[in-house]
Design a protein around this ligand. Sequence first.
Ligand SMILES: NC(=O)c1ccc[n+]([C@@H]2O[C@H](COP(=O)([O-])OP(=O)(O)OC[C@H]3O[C@@H](n4cnc5c(N)ncnc54)[C@H](O)[C@@H]3O)[C@@H](O)[C@H]2O)c1
Length: 330
Amino acid sequence: MPVGEPGAMPTYLLTGVAGFLGSHLAERLLAAGHRVRGVDCLRDYYSPALKRLNLEGLEGRPGFQNLELDLATAELEPLLEGCAGVFHLAAQAGVRSSWGQEFHCYTRDNVLATQRLFEACRGRRLEKVVYASSSSVYGDATTLPTSEESELRPISPYGVSKLAVEHLARVYHDSFGVPTVGLRYFTVYGPRQRPDMAFHRFLRRALQDQPIPVYGQGQQTRDFTYVEDAVEATFSAMVRGREGRVYNIGGGERTTLARTLELLEEHLGRPIRREYQETQTGDVGHTSARTTLAREDLDYAPRVGMSEGLGRMVAWFTRTWQARAEMRQG
Ligand SMILES: NC(=O)c1ccc[n+]([C@@H]2O[C@H](COP(=O)([O-])OP(=O)(O)OC[C@H]3O[C@@H](n4cnc5c(N)ncnc54)[C@H](O)[C@@H]3O)[C@@H](O)[C@H]2O)c1
């Protein structure tokens, strides 16, 4: 039964359910009356306690099942039993930590885990297998806004691992008919954002009255996407996504880092100290998504602009600051 048909109660497998995007998507699916079989191994890349907090609104709700399993090692066939479709969000995220010794986490959780999941999907009747890719596959894009046909030339090992995920999706689709649909998210933000991501780090430092490192002059731009908009696109991809396709998902409002700091100051009602530093290797200068394809196929229309989205994130952050501070990494 497709997502969006009320009363049908299909079950969707959702990997990475305890993460930032996964926990929001699970709530969205349950709100639409669907069942969610969530999977996460609570990797300690950031505090598992924070991930348990992400699950708080889900545990015990009718239709929600939570399985603590590692996709890189667990037997995956049983997970798919009775599932109408798959949302695959589990991954080792993060650009900067993908250099050096930790790259094996990226091959394990992005490449190997995804290959095992696609393998388990072979020969099954599934609506779609919607998977998370990233704007990082473009690297330093030469054309802005960047369309899906642009050159894929990642400039970080993380981007390389996400491009490998896209190629796996293509070969499992072309060779075995696995109905893959990829989403290239452009920097998602909002409540529960990962603690290693920029706005989360900025807010943490601002509330501790520490300076915020600004790489370069803060003139790099990002197409930030509010989490609700990213979740709507993901939800819609199960019904409307065209098999084998990959879609850009961006917020549509390219903003400089310097401007986002001003907006954060407005919402916090206090000044933020800046500490200017060298640009980091692997960080792209600008991102901007052309979302024509997602608009046409997925009916995608981002609704939350930067100022409103940052206001909501600041409200969440200040409300939950104490509880997360007690978990040290929050
Ligand atoms: N947040 C963003 O701005 C952004 C941008 C581009 C792409 N993405 C992609 O979207 C997806 C979700 O990102 P997020 O920000 O919510 O990350 P997240 O780290 O909060 O969530 C990912 C979850 O996957 C779980 N996981 C990792 N490896 C696993 C494994 N082998 N088995 C089971 N669970 C495993 C982790 O424990 C984590 O809870 C990821 O694929 C990420 O690469 C995110």
